[in-house]
Write a protein that binds this ligand. Sequence first.
Ligand code: C2O
Ligand code: CU
Length: 477
Amino acid sequence: MTRKAYMPARARLSRRSLLAVGGGTVLASILRPRVVPAGLSSQKMLVAAEGRVRITPEPYPQTGVWCYGGSVPGPEIRLRQGERLQVTVENRLSEDTTVHWHGLRIPNAMDGAPYVTQAPIQPEDSFVYQFTVPDAGTFWYHPHAHSAEQVGRGLMGALIIGEPQPLPVDRDVVWVLGDFRLEDDASIAGGFGNRMEMSMSGRLGNTVTINGRAPDRFAVRAGERIRLRLINAASARIFGLEFKEHRPLVVAFDGQPVEPHAPECGRVLLGPAMRTDFILDMTGKPGHSAAVLDTFYKGLEYKLVEISYTDEKPLRTQPLAAPARLPPNPVREPDLASAQRHDVTLTGGMMGGMGMGGGMMGMMGGSMWAINGAAVMNDDMRQMKPVLTLTRGKSYILAIDNQTAWHHPMHIHGHSFRVITRNGARTKFREWRDTVLIPPRERAELAFVADNPGDWMFHCHILDHQEGGMMSIIRVA
Ligand code: C2O
Ligand code: CU
């Protein structure tokens, strides 16, 4: 994490965007929405294979990875809300895989859940995914077979769905946050599925990346307004980002718009798989720099990247008006009065904190974690029975009780839900999410309409926890 590194390529200030906003008339009216190329459908090819990429700078060698399209992250897929996407996934790995389109509310057969929605894609085989994207926002894709190792070796990519009327900004920037455990020769360390790590925080790396590179500087121009889309694609690391001397304004969580607001406690919190979109006004002076810190793990704080202002004169001198709220996506509103309530209990793991040598909680038939007492090990969904069966079209409240000593980012496939309470208190924004981070011994209530039929995975997105049993199915019938 302390390795010196190049600034990530995607983060480099685009010359074109600077030229486009150059000239004397630097006013708010110059803010242009980023227009996604028109077209009703988009056809792509994604090859999952081994590759070599540069994660750390010279003199480190390149790193052998598993990746999509030869890069980490894989190719960014951008399309517009309501468009159709067709992706042919070709598996050139030496083991089976699938691709899951995280957060997209699409038909069950396209969800990429091995044995549940499709047979895993065998080596040398391929599978065609096709669906229409219902929601605008920031999403991502990743394998759903042997996920801890496959994501941990680099299989991940951003999936950005543009609003018909995007927010006007000077730049739309995506940061795919990754976390790799590298050896001194920059190769990825083995030892995936270590049982001790599985029963605690999951496998944390030693090299945090932005768009596949150990970051150094993020170049910005004074006065510009950036929409920054953060995607936590790490298999276990939780981020708590503080933008020093800046005031990010959150506009969406997990692809779903939220009332614009400053992050709680000044920190953007992102568990694995979670996304936050925010508006960042570059209010510093030319030549100035400010740190982005990750302060999530106590005693392990570090600087993620340095925001570094170019010497150019400010793009505008007047502060911009607060950004508008993003238009809502067509997610059905749950009816809380009629909603049926289900309790979900998370158990397992080491009882003490990191390295405190606490005992294991309830080892259930070799699994380390469980949801309502049931567990599936190693992503093997063949024997899994649904933990809940919901009636299509009805509203539900899931009351999740995390009885463990660890954080769990709990994800439901095929639906977005409102987080309505935390520890019994109403949430301020009743935000829509597809993944909710529940701290140790805390509770959260989610509400949603079970409107997407099929068997949907419901699991922790710390991938070691998922493979260690914290995985189940919710059936909507
Ligand atoms: Cu990001 Cu079950 O998935
Ligand atoms: Cu977990």
